[in-house]
Design a protein around this ligand. Structure first.
Ligand SMILES: *Cc1c(COP(=O)(O)O)cnc(C)c1O
Length: 390
């Protein structure tokens, strides 16, 4: 799925669209931390038009943000991108750009919590309804299609139990029915999965996770065709106004420079921890999209090139108490939401098992960039605290 020719991913992260000569040879691009841009005379001011080489106002466009947008479009294999002030700003802009009052959305049961609240608690104000499906089979979506369905919203892998959707099959189905598709690609990143190449219309990223990578920004991105991105930039972008500020764009550019190398380490460490957990008698089940035991391993191999830092496990000792004891005993894993940063994190979560609907407590880990031997030892001692010796 990687483009057959042209520079590689890491090279594009570092060099694509950079113009160091125009900036005194500066190795890092300048941060244009300004709200407005001045014009030399009234004639140019009244004749101003977007895209004529000048900038006007940062809510509409900013050179630091534009460099980031160009880079991300290139990395996702899209024509254009738009940066937002959070992943949720990007998601709400994407959804609103696809639906009108009275229309219908289909998404997955395990979709990111705030996305679910947007669809279930906010959009009904505009008589927009959502149907939730498991989504592991394309036919799950097909059965839920109504005459007024206008959007299929995907998230693959999802971020608690890492279920996948067959992006090419769902995109083809949607396209044949005139339905738009959006995919939250935050978990796979542009390094490991490119939904646009599989026919999806819009790709979303929360840059608060891997793209930022340092747990120091909240930001989001959308990538798609020039036409879609231009339309949603002038409507949802400019009018709802949830744009990225230049400093977070600058930090996203910084994050991109090390994205590939960080992800390699995240994947290596997460795989080692997942295998350790799988071989531990005190663990009932491990969910990691990169394991050979993942129920959708063939689909994962077909549409993904790698896996990230997120994994979940269920203790053999059931219930909230054991999960809490395990997480409380961890030394290097902070107890916090979010993921994809340099530091390891852990949370206990109660989820319905997608297979039988039974609610269970699991532990979700975001495996950071610490020495993996320390993380392994930490996890092992936390299991001993929670469940006794193996
Ligand atoms: C965090 C997250 C988001 C939302 O991003 P914010 O930047 O926090 O608004 C969306 N999707 C997934 C899968 C996430 O984990």
């Amino acid at each position: 799925m990687k483009p057959a020719q042209g520079p590689g991913f890491e090279t594009q992260c570092i060099h694509f669209a950079e113009d160091r000569e125009a900036n005194f040879g500066a190795a890092a691009p300048p941060l244009y931390q300004c709200s407005t841009f001045t014009y030399p005379d009234c004639e140019q001011f009244v004749g101003r038009a977007p895209g004529n080489g000048r900038y006007d106002y940062t809510r509409v466009g900013n050179p630091t943000t534009a460099l980031l947008e160009k880079k991300l479009a290139e990395l996702e294999g899209g024509e254009a991108a738009r940066a937002f002030g959070s992943g949720m700003a990007a998601i709400s802009a994407a959804v609103l750009s696809c639906v009108r009052a009275g229309e219908h959305v289909i998404t997955i049961d395990t979709v990111y919590g705030p996305t679910r609240r947007l669809l279930s608690e906010y959009l009904p104000r505009f008589h927009i309804e959502t149907t939730y499906v498991r989504g592991t089979e394309a036919s799950d979506f097909e059965r839920a299609i109504r005459p007024n369905t206008k959007l299929i919203y995907l998230e693959s892998p999802s971020s608690l139990l890492f279920e996948l959707q067959d992006l090419a099959a769902v995109a083809a189905l949607a396209r044949s029915r005139g339905i738009s598709t959006v995919c939250d690609n935050s978990n796979a990143t542009p390094l490991y999965q490119n939904p646009l190449a599989l026919g999806v219309d819009l790709v979303m990223h929360t840059a608060s996770k891997y793209i930022g990578g340092h747990s120091d920004i909240v930001a989001g991105l959308l990538v798609g065709s020039r036409q879609r991105i231009a339309a949603l930039s002038t409507m949802e972008g400019e009018l709802l106004g949830g744009i990225a500020d230049p400093f977070s764009s600058w930090l996203m550019l910084r994050g991109l420079r090390t994205l590939a190398i960080r992800l390699e380490r995240h994947e290596r460490s997460a795989t080692q921890l997942a295998r350790l957990l799988e071989s531990d008698m005190r663990v009932a089940r491990v969910w990691y999209s990169g394991l050979e035991t993942h129920p959708q391993v063939r689909l994962a191999k077909r549409q993904m090139r790698g896996h990230g830092c997120l994994l979940s496990f269920e203790l053999r000792k059931p219930g909230r108490e054991a999960a809490f004891a395990c997480v409380n005993a961890l030394r290097y894993f902070g107890i916090a939401v979010s993921w994809g940063g340099y530091e390891s994190l852990a949370i206990p979560v109660e989820v319905p098992d997608p297979a039988d609907g039974r609610r269970k407590w699991i532990v979700r880990l975001s495996v950071g960039l610490e020495s993996v031997e320390d993380l392994k030892a930490d996890l092992y001692q936390a299991l001993t605290v929670a469940c006794g010796a193996q």
